[in-house]
Design a protein around this ligand. Structure first.
Ligand code: ARG
Length: 426
């Protein structure tokens, strides 16, 4: 591997008549790589050279002779010289190192430390869309990186498998189940059923009442409802697994929201005991104004049911106890920034400092389509399977025009297409 730092020090040294060894000790790595890959602060030389740092920086820049195949560019910012290394060269160098050893960059800084990565986390009976793809790819990469650094990593797919909508799904299945062959394209058909039952609920209060009843039965562990719910879950996972296989991601736990449904009582109790629970319009909330968060965190709705946040709080408690995590990462779009701010603040009343300080929301930008924001409800979603198929087809098209003689075009197109999706996301 080229020693970039040494090369920079050598070249600087020639311009100022100071030993390159000394120069090298001054070279820093900027925190933000906008300021270069290496930076040389000229403050250290100001006394010796009796000049202001920005003047020194400019003089060095004038005199320095750089091999652009190694150092692409140098910029003066105040008293600093910022050096940018040649991207193509570093890429080649890294690839060379990787081919020599499988352990390139590997360390054991994570030994004895536990990391939980909560990622992907789609909702069952709903399509896996581009938003979930981002979480899957970013979370999968974090998972691999932490593992590589010796951490003990637990990948959790916090499935959205709980909520009143399953009462509706059960009713829809009871009414029209025989019309749908769920052995193929199950998710689309479930979405269709869901849209249908929702429309009917709007017209007919009696149907809505039956849906509520189903959900109650499901919560109480009724056999028929539970089996049906499990069936929906299985069908969804079968389709999700196809995508996970293609992307090469794996999970250590599939404990989703439903897993925590019987673990929320403890959360409510603990908050009550600490005097943190207050009533507001019939709902039970935790006021977070003192934390600088204007919107309180709802723990129980006016009808007594818990919400997404309550289950996430139960999950924090469970993960602290089960995994004894040093960090728990949530790879979820920025749309949920407020949700995580709220639950992290409430977590202070539930777990020790070690745990609540280790909670991190890995927020990323949402995907906007030319047609606006994605919404399952409005039918404005791009299905990830379609995206993958299209990308692979595009790759094949390019191969066919640019490299028509290539053998195993399909195999290459598949690899290139999938890599394009992964690395574009990253
Ligand atoms: N199911 C949620 C969604 O699709 C994401 C869940 C993220 N994880 C969590 N622990 N809240 O929006």
């Amino acid at each position: 591997m080229i020693d970039f730092k040494k090369k920079i020090a050598e070249e600087i040294s020639k311009t100022v008549n100071i030993e390159k060894e000394e120069i090298e000790t001054y070279i820093e790595k900027p925190i933000d790589n906008k300021n270069g890959d290496y930076a040389f602060p000229c403050f250290r030389l100001a006394k010796e050279l009796k000049k202001a740092p920005p003047i020194i920086a400019n003089e060095i820049k004038e005199k320095i002779e750089l091999d652009t195949s190694i150092i692409e560019d140098v910029q003066v910012v105040g008293g600093y010289l910022n050096f940018y290394i040649n991207k193509e060269t570093i890429t080649k160098e890294v690839l060379k190192e990787i081919s020599k050893t499988e352990k390139y960059g590997k360390t054991n800084i994570g030994n004895g430390k536990n990391i939980v990565v909560d990622y992907s986390s789609p909702n069952i009976a709903k399509p896996f869309h581009i938003g979930h793809l981002r979480s899957t790819v970013i979370g999968g990469a974090l998972y691999n990186i932490y593992k590589y650094l010796g951490y003990n990593v637990t990948g959790v797919n916090h499935l959205g498998d709980y909520g009143t909508q399953f009462g509706k799904m059960i009713e829809a299945y009871k009414m029209w189940g025989s019309e749908y062959d769920l052995s193929e394209d199950a998710i689309n058909k479930m979405v269709d059923m869901y849209v249908r039952i929702n429309n009917l609920c709007k017209e007919d209060e009696a149907v809505l009442e039956r849906c509520r009843e189903n959900f109650k039965l499901l919560e109480e562990g009724d056999k028929y409802c539970t089996e049906l719910w499990e069936h929906f879950k299985e069908l969804s996972l079968k389709e999700f697994d196809k995508i996970y296989d293609i992307l090469g991601v794996k999970f250590d736990s599939l404990n989703g929201e439903a897993f925590y449904s019987d673990k929320t009582d403890e959360v409510v109790e603990m908050l009550k005991e600490k005097g943190k629970l207050t009533e507001s319009e019939g709902a039970e909330i935790v006021d977070l104004a003192d934390e600088g968060i204007e919107t309180p965190c709802i723990i129980k709705k006016a009808n007594g049911s818990t919400i997404y946040a309550t289950r996430d709080l139960a999950a924090i408690l469970y993960r602290a106890r089960t995994y004894d995590f040093d960090k728990c990462l949530y790879v979820v779009a920025y749309e949920q920034n407020l949700h995580f701010k709220q639950i992290f603040a409430v977590a202070k009343y539930l777990v020790d400092e070690k745990y609540y300080k280790g909670l991190i929301h890995v927020s990323y930008g949402m995907v906007q389509l030319p047609t606006g924001k994605m919404s399952t409800r409005l039918g404005n979603v791009v299905k990830i399977e379609d995206l993958i198929t299209e990308t692979i087809e595009k790759a094949k098209e390019i191969i066919t025009t640019k490299n028509p003689e290539l053998e195993n075009k399909d195999e290459v197109a598949k690899k290139v297409g999938i890599a394009a999706i992964i690395f574009n996301t990253l």
